[in-house]
Structure formats: structure tokens, C-alpha cells
Design a protein around this ligand. Structure first.
Ligand code: NAD
Ligand code: 6OD
Length: 478
């Protein structure tokens, strides 16, 4: 898969090239062109021209039909998308087949449906004046596109997360410039092909490749002609983007990092809680923002839970690598830090030896830790690898205090057989999402996002449409 920029409906590969490395075995997959400031300027100008050219004014039905053609196009190239996502990320093929690619098509269909079925969410009132003497007025609200939207996406779910923003942005009539992660450019390039084939006018969707700080990401998010920024990635990157965007007061929607807690009560189905925690801590080798890194277990079942979880972690096979050598080294540095901080390593804690080419890849072992104080950096900082720390608690209040004692607030998982407890505890957890007796069960219409350092705003269904469009009040004096 050759990574290319896509600007004003034209594929190009200008800019210096950098290597794309396969995380499974460290080999070079190809090269990626690094967008210069000129390429970024061209992309933003093309997006602006396409906006003026009528995309924003197009009828909802035609825009929805265009989004559906993109969804169909993704499905028509299903295997190519799977191959590209597997090559760039090293994830198990089944994950790309069942999550990444179907969800990407689903993202376009979901927003086509919402758009098509949605009359303008208009607040219309005809009322006597707000205060005496102002007379009667008719107030109504129209929603218009924000304009040119910059989408900056991470490497962990490259296609799923970029389409999660591109689809609603386009649905609302905006034009888009996407900068995917430099680690995972391939499915973005394929998406540009699909969008081209789907006949969207040139400039409606643009793609620029390259790095973030001091490069394409920074050029784009600091650009004076960008009207909004939708970003998913680390909290520290979000802060840098915010500083950069402040110069033009560009609005932002942020999905950021997490240090997600799971609470396991003694009244839970313990088998289900262990199964669920294996999924929530180790899926995609912990490289999903929703993954659990802190597990709190009620004391009577603590020992049994740890024993079972450790056994399952040790037996895990077929897992994928970390995205890069750099990220593997970061995760391993936390494994060493955990030991220095006094952790008991009950499973994993190092790198696996496969005896084949994977030994040149960027793998780390699924790891279960216990025995750390809540002040330990290992318990407080996002690691973004296949690792969780398990600690006991005695009361519901203590469990809540532990869960909420974090700078992050993205997602929590609650395991209990007591319905009243579920309803009592869930709203008191300071995260944007609480899953009860499940994990990552997604409905694309629900609000998705984090509180505290985990994000700003919500995506999903109407929530995305709210961010990607601007309400305008029209007041007519009668
Ligand atoms: P990252 O922040 O390093 O990079 C994300 C994107 O930002 C990349 O495209 C990168 O090139 C770009 N970027 C980096 N510095 C930039 C800058 N100064 N200006 C503009 N762009 C810049 O994140 P990552 O390592 O790719 O992804 C992992 C992180 O993303 C984790 O922290 C994870 O929790 C978070 N994440 C959050 C969610 C969520 O929904 N809350 C989802 C996925 C990932
Ligand atoms: O499922 C989604 O819509 C979503 N935004 C998932 C984010 C996962 C983070 O890594």
C-alpha cells in the first residue's frame, strides 16, 4: 500500500519520505510522504473552495447518499482495508475483520441515517416578547456547517477513529482535512481512494500525511483558515493542540487518554468479571483508550480474582505487538518502574520469546500487577499496554473514591449482581462512560467521550452533529 496525500481530488506524494515499519517483525513496509506546510496549505485551501463550491449547501438526501456510497466502497474493498490495517498495526486479523473495517463502514451509514432521518433540530417558538414592551417575535434555529474541519487521528484504531469524525463532519456539510497518525497511514490512503471513487467533489475530503509536533499536525491545527479541530490522541498532545489553536480561537473536540478503572463487587458473577477484565485489559494488547488499567476488587473475592486473571493472562496467545519499538520501550519502562515501586508481578512483566520472526517485532507480555500504593506512578499514569494493577477494597464508598482518584475520566466498568448497586454506583463514577457487566458494548447513537483530562465534548449520534454544526438563531419581530 503506497501512502499518498489526497488534495483537491488529486493524489500526490510530495514532501520528504519517511519509513513505515511493521510492528510484527520490524521490517520496512514502505515509505510515507511528509506533508510540508505548502501541502497543508493546499489541502486547507481546497477544503475551503469545496465548501464554497456547494457541499455545505447540498441537500441532506444527496449528502446522505454520498456517505452511503463511501460505506459501500469500504465494503467493496474489505480485504484491502483489512490487509492494510493489519500490516500497519500488527493487530490480529480477526480484530480488523470484525471491528475496524465494519465499524468504518458503519460510521458512514450511521451518520447518513441520522442525517436523512433528521429534520433540522429546530427550536421554533412564536411568543409574546420576553419582556414587556418588546412585542411578539418568531424565533427559530438553523444549523449550518462549521466550515473546514481538521481531523487528527491516532494509530490505535486508525480507520475506525478517523471515520468516526469524518462521517459526521461531512454529514453536517463541512469539508475535511485528515492527518492520520504517521504510524498508520495506509487505511487513510485507501479511504481517500474510496471517497474519490464515490464521486465526492474534489476538496470535500483531503488527506495529508506526516508527523505531529513541528510538522503537518501542527501546521494544520494552527492554520488560520481551519474552523474546527476534532482530535483523538494523548492528553498531552491535546494540550499542545489547544495552545496552538488558541491563536485563532479554533473550537476543539477532544477524545484523550485514560486510566480506566474496573470495580468488581463480591456479588458479581466472578467468571464473567474475569472474562470481561481479560477483554477490557488485554484487547488489542491494551492499546484501546477504553482499556482497563486499574482493577479494584472487593476483598472477599480478591485472591480468587487475581489468581484467575493471572492464569488467563499467562495463557493468552495470538495477541498483537505494540505499535512501535518506541512504544514497546515505554511499556517495558513501566514494567520496570512497577517493580521499583514495589509491585508483585503475578503474570507477565517482560517480553515474550516466540522463536520466529516475531522476536524482531515489538511484543510485550500481558501483565497483571498487585501490591502498589495508589500514589504509584504505575497506578496513576496511562501506560497504554496490556497491563492492569489489581487492588482490594472493602466498601462501596471506598471503591468509588479509588475509581475517582485519577486525573483521567474516560470509561469505567462495573461488575455486580445487585441492580440497585449498579444504579447507585454508576452515576457517581467520574467518567464519561460506565459499562455495567460488560465492556465496550457500543451503540453509535450514545454520547462517547471523557471528563477531566480525558477529553472535551462528546461524539456519537446527535452529539457529533451538535459539534460539527453551528446553531444560528433567527429572530423575527412580528
Ligand atoms: P498522539 O497524541 O501521540 O498522536 C495522535 C495524533 O496527533 C497523531 O496523528 C499525531 O501525529 C498527532 N500529533 C502529535 N503531536 C501533535 C501536535 N503537537 N500537533 C498536532 N498534531 C499532533 O496519540 P497516539 O500515540 O497516536 O494514540 C494513543 C493515545 O490516544 C493514548 O493516549 C490514548 O488513550 C489516546 N486515545 C484516546 C481515545 C479516546 O477516544 N478518548 C481514543 C484512542 C486513543
Ligand atoms: O467506539 C468508538 O466509537 C470509539 N470512539 C472508540 C475509541 C477507542 C479508543 O481507543
Amino acid at each position: 500500500m503506497k501512502a499518498e496525500h489526497y488534495v483537491a481530488g488529486v493524489f500526490r506524494s510530495d514532501g520528504p519520505a519517511f519509513p513505515l515499519v511493521a510492528p510484527v517483525d520490524g521490517t520496512e513496509l514502505g515509505t510515507v510522504p511528509e506533508a510540508t506546510r505548502e501541502v497543508v496549505d493546499d489541502a486547507v485551501a481546497a477544503a475551503r473552495a469545496a465548501l464554497k463550491g456547494g457541499w455545505g449547501a447540498m441537500g441532506a438526501e444527496e449528502r446522505a447518499a454520498a456517505l452511503r456510497r463511501v460505506a459501500d466502497g469500504i465494503e467493496a474493498r474489505f480485504e484491502e482495508f483489512v490487509d492494510a490495517e493489519v500490516a500497519d498495526t500488527g493487530r490480529p486479523r480477526e480484530f480488523a475483520e470484525t471491528v475496524d473495517v465494519p465499524r468504518a463502514a458503519g460510521n458512514f451509514r450511521a451518520y447518513a441515517d441520522l442525517l436523512y432521518g433528521r429534520p433540522e433540530r429546530a427550536y421554533t417558538t412564536r411568543v409574546p416578547g420576553w419582556s414587556s414592551g418588546t412585542g411578539e417575535a418568531l424565533n427559530y434555529t438553523v444549523r449550518r456547517p462549521l466550515g473546514v474541519v481538521a481531523v487528527i487521528s491516532p494509530w490505535n484504531l486508525p480507520l475506525l477513529l478517523s471515520t468516526w469524525k469524518i462521517a459526521p463532519a461531512l454529514a453536517c456539510g463541512n469539508t475535511v482535512v485528515l492527518k492520520p497518525s504517521e504510524e498508520t497511514p495506509s487505511t487513510a490512503t485507501l479511504l481517500a481512494r474510496v471517497i474519490d471513487e464515490a464521486g465526492l467533489p474534489g476538496g470535500v475530503f483531503n488527506l495529508v500525511h506526516g508527523h505531529g509536533a513541528g510538522a503537518a499536525g501542527e501546521f494544520l491545527t494552527g492554520h488560520g483558515d481551519v474552523d474546527a479541530i476534532a482530535f483523538t490522541g494523548e492528553s498531552a498532545t491535546g494540550a499542545a493542540i489547544m495552545r496552538n489553536a488558541a491563536g485563532h480561537v479554533t473550537p476543539v473536540s477532544f477524545e484523550l487518554g485514560g486510566k480506566n478503572p474496573a470495580l468488581v463487587f463480591a456479588d458479581a458473577d466472578l467468571g464473567a468479571a474475569v472474562d470481561g477484565t481479560v477483554r477490557s485489559s488485554f484487547t488489542h494488547s491494551g492499546q484501546i483508550c477504553l482499556c482497563t488499567e486499574r482493577v479494584y476488587v472487593e476483598r472477599p473475592v480478591f485472591e480468587e480474582f487475581v489468581r484467575e486473571l493471572a492464569a488467563r493472562a499467562k495463557a493468552l496467545g495470538g495477541y498483537g505487538p505494540m505499535i512501535s519499538a518506541e512504544h514497546r520501550d515505554k511499556v517495558l519502562s513501566y514494567y520496570r518502574l512497577a517493580r521499583r515501586e514495589g509491585a508483585t508481578v503475578v503474570a507477565g512483566g517482560g517480553t515474550p520469546a516466540f522463536g520466529d520472526e516475531r522476536d524482531n517485532g515489538f511484543y510485550v507480555e500481558p501483565t497483571v500487577l498487585t501490591g502498589l500504593p495508589e500514589t504509584a506512578r504505575t497506578v496513576r499514569e496511562e501506560i497504554f499496554g496490556p497491563v492492569c494493577h489489581v487492588a482490594p477494597f472493602d466498601t462501596e464508598d471506598e471503591a468509588l473514591e479509588l475509581a475517582n482518584d485519577s486525573p483521567y475520566g474516560l470509561a469505567a466498568t462495573l461488575w455486580t449482581g445487585d441492580l440497585s448497586r449498579a444504579h447507585r454506583v454508576a452515576p457517581r463514577i467520574e467518567t464519561g462512560i460506565v459499562w455495567v457487566n460488560c465492556w465496550n458494548l457500543r451503540d453509535l447513537r450514545t454520547p462517547f467521550g471523557g471528563v477531566k483530562a480525558s477529553g472535551i465534548g462528546r461524539e456519537g449520534g446527535e452529539y457529533s452533529l451538535d459539534f460539527f454544526s453551528e446553531p444560528v438563531n433567527v429572530c423575527i419581530r412580528i
